[in-house]
Design a binder for this molecule. Structure first.
Ligand code: NDP
Length: 688
């Protein structure tokens, strides 16, 4: 029985700019390991429609006034401060049943994910309010009608409904890309562990970095919130398939085509390659990985290994080695330094896992562990939600269904033997879509066959072998730069994946129009848009430089001597530059041609303004193409046009992208590329 929670913390929601308590006593939330009431939760009586309006009108407008880099810098500042507070979060996290080691991916992992997004956004996205995507498409012969994809933030609220198992990471990995995109967020953590999310949100809001309305929190049920969503809102959901399906078919979500991202039950498989028998490093790595995945966070991880697929000839050896490791797993109070595994999140969760083990056991036998009797090194086995690891073995996995369909969300997995890699792939696919799979092999053919066989059923596949044993991030870790989500049973959603995760919260729009008007929309110069040819653009700091500023250079004739000299100087004596007969035999050339890099070098010599000035450095070129051969006697000329300007926040410079076209005496473009430079905001540079 839960006590009434005398002295328990009363959780509040942060909506419409204030912390608000729900009506009534609130539902008691128990400490996972002791059963004592830790907090009370209620969102009854909150104005959910008002919260959405507040987010859209106040938060959205404020975020859209900022550039992508400004938003990313806010997250960096928040992430750095949160990291300094991590001890406080770890102390609260013990209540969830997780050991400090198990809480690391949630707390440090969550904050780290936010910081990664903040840093990647500033490195990979421009410092603008609108993004462009892909090349400018010419839609008319004369270049007067062009098309370009742009991305702008959706004007609604990103509602994140999270599961109980990652109260910190689950929030931060979702709000980071949404806020960078310019969408305000409303987070609804699972009630069971909402006290930790609430604490982190309190600390974030107290920093006073985010604009009003950018982040709201609902502790408790969502009431009529979903009745008020519209087509500019996004709903992301992590939890059980049953709830996810119910929410996905909510009338307002269906009627308004609300973007709905779902991450649900996932029967992740790990495959031991036929080559990886006992005595190989891959066998040992596999056994350790399965044990780690089963026991970390007491198996309450959406990515945990549930199905252990092993070659029939190695099945007994795997069961023996794995059982030996699992039997040694010390279960106890999460704060006990000797405990390897803490408690499940609640008694209810443990009851549910037990029921699911029983259902799987109808088609499999338990080979290690006793689901009905917890053996602990500390704490009270009757009061805490403790469960020792349970390993099952299914004798006929091709015919069975329960081990492929029932996700026992705890320290539970089923070993299944396969005969031939095709069968391993077929078994993995019986999960009907999972977040992640892994293959442990040292054989490239097995790696290719297994990965390509299961790829379309998974959002991520990890290959484990001896070469990456030390550096591997492991089967179960979703990573900010890589996609997280899986098809089918896993929900069909996709999160993170680096900057593609940001774009999930933006609308992609194909814009068509004349160059001048398209350029005004995107803020980027396109061929055909107006140009200005006055002062050499390299003499202009960012204070004066504008897109469309251009220099058209004088001409330079390419001679045989130039090519011979360049060949000797660089050592590039490729026959097409040196041997007339051989060049003529080449289907692309009529005779010896100039080196492409000679053309690019001459181009730099033509467009450069050599004296010290606001252009600080050239950091590369993008999309370099040599389009027409250059023969001896051809005369080169360069058009260099300022295409994109990205001032850096907190720096004395910005990045400038120049459209560079090198043409010959017949006005044929012989080379085209983007030159990338760093240009001072003011010249002379004034250090702040
Ligand atoms: P639930 O599906 O019950 O809850 C997930 C989230 O949805 C919670 O925030 C919950 O809030 C909320 N929710 C529940 N009902 C509604 C509703 N009608 N309207 C709006 N929101 C709602 O999952 P749990 O977190 O309790 O986990 C249950 C099971 O789901 C696990 O045992 C596991 O099998 C699976 N799971 C799978 C995950 C995966 O990614 N593979 C991750 C986590 C869980 P509240 O808590 O307040 O009810």
């Amino acid at each position: 029985m839960l006590d009434k929670g005398q002295g328990a913390r009363r959780l509040e929601s942060y909506v419409q700019g204030a912390w608000r308590a729900g009506a009534g006593e609130g539902k008691p939330l128990a400490d996972a390991a002791t059963g004592e009431t830790h907090a009370l939760i209620s969102s009854d009586g909150l104005d959910f429609a008002g919260a959405l309006d507040w987010g859209r009108e106040t938060g959205g407008a404020a975020l859209r006034r900022l550039t992508i880099h400004e938003r990313a810098l806010m997250l960096r500042a928040i992430g750095q401060k949160l990291m300094e507070m991590k001890d406080e979060f770890h102390a609260e996290s013990l209540v969830t049943g997780a050991t400090p080691k198990d809480a690391w991916p949630d707390i440090e992992g969550g904050i780290g994910t936010m910081l990664t997004f903040a840093s990647k956004a500033r490195r990979e996205l421009p410092n603008t309010k609108v993004l462009t995507e892909g090349a400018v498409e010419g839609l008319s012969r004369d270049g007067s009608f062009l098309g370009q994809h742009i991305l702008t933030p959706l004007r609604g609220v990103a509602i994140h409904i999270n599961a109980f198992n990652f109260p910190v990471w689950g929030m931060l990995e979702k709000i980071a890309p949404a806020l960078i995109a310019g969408m305000p967020c409303l987070v609804k953590p699972a009630s069971q562990t909402a006290y930790l999310t609430e604490l982190v949100v309190r600390r974030m809001l107290a920093m006073d970095i985010l604009p009003d309305g950018a982040l709201q929190l609902v502790c408790g049920g969502v009431g009529d919130l979903l009745d008020h969503v519209d087509g500019q809102d996004v709903v992301t959901f992590t939890g059980s398939a049953a709830t996810g399906q119910k929410l996905r078919s909510h009338p307002a979500i269906v009627a308004n085509s609300v973007r709905f991202t779902m991450e649900a039950d996932s029967l992740n498989a790990s495959i031991l390659g036929p080559d990886a028998g006992p005595g190989t490093p891959e066998f040992d790595l596999f056994v350790k990985e399965v044990q780690r995945e089963m026991t970390s966070k007491a198996g309450q991880k959406c990515t945990a290994i549930r199905r252990v697929l092993v070659p029939v000839q190695h099945e007994a050896a795997v069961i023996e080695a794995l059982s030996a490791l699992l039997a040694k797993t010390a279960v106890g109070l999460p704060g006990d330094a000797n405990a390897r595994m803490g408690a499940l999140a609640s008694q209810g969760d443990r009851d549910s896992v037990r029921e699911k083990i029983a259902a799987i056991a109808r088609e499999a036998e338990i080979v290690c562990g006793d689901p009905d009797r917890a053996s602990v090194i500390s704490g009270d086995a009757a009061k805490g939600a403790f469960l020792n690891p349970v390993l099952l073995r299914c004798a006929d996995p091709m015919a069975a269904s329960a081990p492929h369909e029932i996700e026992a969300f705890g320290p539970v997995a089923t070993v299944m033997a396969y005969d031939g890699i095709d069968q391993a792939v077929a078994l993995a696919r019986k999960g009907k879509g999972s977040l992640v799979s892994s293959v442990f092999t040292n054989d490239p053919d097995v790696a290719a066959e297994a990965v390509l066989g299961v790829a379309s059923f998974h959002g991520r596949v990890m290959i484990g072998n001896r070469d990456s044993a030390k550096s591997s991030t492991g089967h179960g870790s979703p990573l900010a730069p890589l996609v997280h989500g899986g098809p089918g049973r896993a929900g069909g959603g996709e999160e993170m994946g680096g900057m593609r995760g940001v774009k999930h919260f933006m609308q992609r729009t194909a814009v068509q129009g004349a160059p001048r008007l398209l350029s005004a929309v995107t803020g980027q110069w396109v061929q055909g848009a107006p140009v200005r040819e006055d002062l050499h653009p390299f003499r202009k700091s960012l204070a004066e430089l504008r897109i469309g500023d251009r220099i058209v250079t004088g001409r330079r004739v390419v001679t045989e001597d130039d090519v011979e000299h360049f060949a000797r100087f660089t050592g590039d004596t490729f026959y097409a530059h040196m041997d007339s007969a051989a060049a003529k035999a080449n289907p692309f050339f009529e005779d010896r041609v100039a080196h492409g890099y000679l053309i690019a070098s001459f181009a730099a010599g033509l467009f450069v303004e050599p004296s010290p000035g606001p252009v600080l450095a050239n950091y590369g070129v993008d999309n370099l193409r040599f389009l027409t051969p250059v023969y001896f006697g051809d005369s080169l000329q360069v058009q260099l046009t300022c295409k994109e300007i990205n001032p850096r926040e907190n720096a004395v410079y910005g990045e400038v992208r120049w459209d560079c076209r090198v043409s010959n005496q017949n006005d044929e473009v012989v080379a085209q590329y983007d030159v990338l430079t760093m240009v001072a905001k003011e010249w002379p540079v004034r250090e702040s």
